[in-house]
Design a protein around this ligand. Sequence first.
Ligand SMILES: [Zn+2]
Length: 406
Amino acid sequence: MKHNTCPICLSQNFERLIDFSRVPISGTYLHRKDEEFCQRSLSFEFCTTCSTIRRVMLQDFLLDYHDVERTTGHRWLPYIESGIVEPLKKETSPEDLIIEVGANDGAFLDLLSQRGYTNLIAIEPSVPCAEIIGHKGYRCVCAPLDKSTAETIRSTYGPAKAILCRHTLEHVIEPDQFILAMKHCLAEDGLLFIEVPDATRITDDLQGYLLWDEHIYSFFERSLRHMLLRLGFDILSFTLGQYGPVRTLLYWSCLAEKSEKEIQFEIEFSQVERCRSFDNHWKSFALQLQTAAEQWTGPILCLGASHPQSNFLLFTKLGPYVSYLVDDDPQKVGRYVPIPNPVKVISTDELFKMKEIKTIVCTAFGCHNWIDQISRHLQRTNTCFVDPYADLKTKLYMMNQPALKQ
Ligand SMILES: [Zn+2]
C-alpha cells in the first residue's frame, strides 16, 4: 500500500494537523540535569475523508518495542469487568483458545486466568515484557504481529475463539495489516475485541497532550468502525469507556460473511473541520497559558511526570516556567524530565516539606483524588492552584463557532 494511502478509508488526502517541531522523546528520565538526551521531530496529519489522525513519519522515525520495559499492568480500568471480561465469558468457555495481542506484562491474562481461562497465549514484541509473561507461566510469542507470525501461531496452536487487542492498535504503523493478521488467527465463529483511545478528546476537547509520539494513529469511532467493516468484520457491540482524561472506544466484532467489502466512507464534514482548526485552537490556548504563566509567582510545580504532563508542557511551551514536577512513582522521583530544559521530579512528601510553594499547576489530568489531597494539605498556605482547562469549555464553544458555520 502506498504510504500516503489512508489505511482506514483508502483516501489519499492528508493535511497537517499540527507540527510540534523537535521535542525530547517521551519517557525520557535523566539521572543528571546535564545528561544529554534525544530530540525528535514530532508532527501529526489527518485524513480529510475519515479524519483519522496519524503521526507524520519522517526520516528519523523509528518504531521498535523490542526493548521497551514500561509495564502498564497497574492501570486497572473501571469498565474492565462489565466491558471486557463479562462479554467474553458469555461467548466463550474456559478451555477455549484466547489470544491477547500486545499483552504487556500479562496483567490482563492474570485476570483471565483468575476467571478460569486455561488456554491463553500472549503476543508481545517487547523482550522484557515477554520475559515477565513467560515467568508467569503463559505461552508467549515474542514478535510483532504480522502475516507470517499469524500463520505460525495458527498452525502451531489452531484458530482462536477470541482475540483481545487492548491499547495496541494505535501503536502500529499498518493498522489494517495488523487487523488482517489478527483475523488470520481467528476461528470462523471467533470474536475480536479492540480497545483504543478516542481521538475526539484531542480535537473536540482540546486535550492535545493525548497526541503522543508512541501513538501512530488516533481513531474516531466512525473511522475504526469503517475499517473493521471494510476488512470483513461485523460489529456486535460498541461502547465508550472512560478512565482519567482518556475516553476509549470498545468494539466487539466477529467475521462477516464477505471476507472484505468495498465500502465508501461517508464524510463527517464537521469532524474534518475540527481537525482543520485544531492547530489554531491549540496555539491560542497555549498562548493564553503562557500569558497567564507570566503572572504566576514561583516556584511553580506541575503535578505528574508521565507523558501526558511532558507532552502538555512541551506542546504549550510552559516547560521553561516550571521549577519541579511532582510524581510518586519511585522510577521517576529524583530523575529529570526534559521539557525541554531538564526539570527535577519530587514526591508528594517532598512537596509537603517544601518551605514555600507559590503555584501548583493541576496537570495530573483526571487524578482528582490526588489533587484534592494536595489542596487540602496546603489549604492554609498561600499556594495558588491553577487548572489549565478551567473555563475552557466555554472558550472551546466560542472557538468552534466559526468552524461549524462553514
Ligand atoms: Zn481516511
